[in-house]
Design a binder for this molecule. Structure first.
Ligand code: UDP
Length: 494
């Protein structure tokens, strides 16, 4: 049943090892396989472990899908075995080594492409060198962008027009040129690499240029969410794009057997967090998460804890560790104990089963760092959001949620900064945090916001049903890739 035929489309997926990029790409690879393609996913051993169970299950259900492992050079870059994902970096030194290890995989992967001879490469946005690989093989390269059309449009506009450079001070606002809505920002909300030349500037320029050099681009988005910005993006870049999201909801919907990246049967019988949520009333709990990468400074962690406590609302909060956390650990343990006693708060250390938490009836909102996957996962269950962007394009996503879709309450984040960057921290204060929580979780204050979020949640579920726009887009893309394969075969034969 699993043997590959000559007519079958063979697609190779190359994810970038960090959950925000890898999760949606693995979901997409699985959707390709569920709709008839033969799929190979290239990754390293520890990263493969995070999703292999789902792949094995799909394979045993008759899908042509497999993982091709390349060895990560952990010892050569000075990392312990098994540290292969950006999310494992707990210090700047580790992050540099992990990135270096990832870049060293290139030669092995180029060779693999030659051996696999796929009909198409779907590649993460962070790997611009795959333009050349696809060109050598004479096959289409599909660029996988792991954030919103909106953020990409804003990025292009700012890179081209540089509106922030004509201001007298950092407190002044500028309007982003060329958008259908008036969107305002301040210079410190832009990523560092846009404000001054950093090692990331050239790397990101190459990434954006590689999108235009691709056959087309895949977006984990959907028509009803940001169609205006899909159109704008296509006119800015002049390439085709397909919106096929939300891929996480789609692939899990199809999983009658419930095998996904965090399935209920894998949890300990009575997981503590689940017991705690079960004891709470419908929509009474705020889920607080900053995604897979961000680790809060000690000062910020204290302000957040006290802000949550002062809000008077219940919360479930994921805290990620960084190196040198010993002092704040004592504070956090006391806080945790206090929250336990009044049954107001629950703390999860390091990693949470996010999809299951978001889907729980007791959860009524999320405080999010505006990572695109967290946004889509929350939207799909109709949750409104408190927006607290930290770095990169998260500040653009905040604008989409607050100013365009009007389903977000901003906490008032002012500075775009990766957690491990050196320099002073701009801390969001406890009063601002408590105020945003009350505004979102209060019944009266956010009635309209919640109604709009629920409406988008309904649209998000419909778009992936047969006949929905994301569903149709994926079918069209697969048909187009098959036609290209046949044309190539025809050309070769003649
Ligand atoms: N995630 C999770 N548990 C956590 C933190 C993150 O399952 O404790 C998942 C989350 O569901 C999402 C991804 O990791 O799919 C994070 O991606 P996102 O784009 O939201 O943010 P990033 O981590 O890239 O900043």
């Amino acid at each position: 049943m699993n043997s590959q035929s000559h007519q079958q489309l063979h697609v190779t997926f190359l994810p970038y090892p960090t959950p925000g990029h890898m999760n949606p790409m693995i979901d997409t690879a699985r959707l390709f396989a569920k709709h008839g393609a033969s799929v190979t996913i290239i990754t390293t051993p520890a990263n493969a472990l995070t999703f292999q169970k789902a792949i094995d299950n799909d394979f045993s259900c008759g899908c042509h899908i497999r993982t091709q492992v390349v060895q990560f050079p952990a010892a050569r870059v000075g990392l312990p075995d098994g540290v292969e994902s950006i999310k494992d970096g707990t210090s700047i030194d580790m992050l540099v080594k992990i990135s270096h290890g990832i870049s060293m995989l290139k030669d092995q992967i180029v060779l693999l492409f030659q051996n696999l001879q796929p009909d198409c490469i779907v590649t993460d946005m962070m790997l611009p060198w795959t333009v050349e690989s696809a060109a050598k093989l004479g096959i289409p390269r599909i660029f996988f962008y792991s954030s919103s059309y909106f953020s990409n449009c804003v990025s292009h506009s700012i890179r081209k027009n540089r509106p922030h450079e004509s201001l007298a001070s950092d407190n002044q606002k500028f309007i982003i040129p060329g958008l259908p809505q008036i969107i305002e920002m301040t210079p410190p909300q832009l990523a560092e690499h846009l404000r001054s030349k950093t090692p990331m500037t050239a790397q990101l320029d190459a990434m954006f240029e590689s999108e235009s050099a691709s056959y087309g681009a895949l977006y984990n988005s959907f028509h009803e969410l940001e169609s205006e910005y899909k159109q704008l993006h296509e006119s800015m870049l002049g390439i085709k794009t397909w919106s096929i999201g939300p891929v996480s909801a789609w692939v899990n919907k199809d999983d009658e057997q419930n095998v996904n990246r965090e399935h209920k049967e894998d949890l300990p019988e009575e997981a503590e967090w689940l017991k705690w949520l079960n004891s709470k009333q419908n929509e009474s709990v705020l889920y607080v998460s900053f995604g897979s990468l961000t680790r809060l400074s000690d000062a910020q962690l204290v302000e957040l804890a006290i802000g949550l406590e002062h809000s008077g609302h219940s919360f479930i909060w994921v805290v990620r560790k960084k190196d040198g956390d010993e002092n704040v650990d004592i504070f956090l343990k006391d806080f945790e104990q206090r929250m336990k006693e009044c049954n107001k708060g629950y703390i999860i250390r390091n990693w949470a089963p996010q999809l299951l938490i978001l889907d729980h009836h007791a959860v009524g909102g999320i405080l999010t760092h505006c990572g695109w996957n967290s946004i889509l996962e929350s939207l799909n269950v109709g949750l409104p959001m408190i927006t607290w962007p930290m770095f990169s394009e998260q500040f653009y996503n905040e604008k989409l949620l607050v100013d365009v879709l009007k389903i977000g309450v901003p906490v008032g984040a002012k500075e775009n900064k990766f957690w491990a960057s050196t320099g002073k921290d701009s801390v969001v204060g406890r009063e601002e945090i408590a105020k945003a929580v009350v505004q979102l979780m209060g019944k009266e204050e956010s009635r309209e916001l919640k109604r709009r979020a629920r409406k988008l949640g309904d649209a998000s579920k419909k778009t992936i049903e047969e006949g929905g726009s994301s569903y149709n887009n994926l079918m069209q893309l697969l048909n187009e890739l098959k036609s290209l394969k046949m044309s190539r075969a025809h050309e070769k034969a003649n």
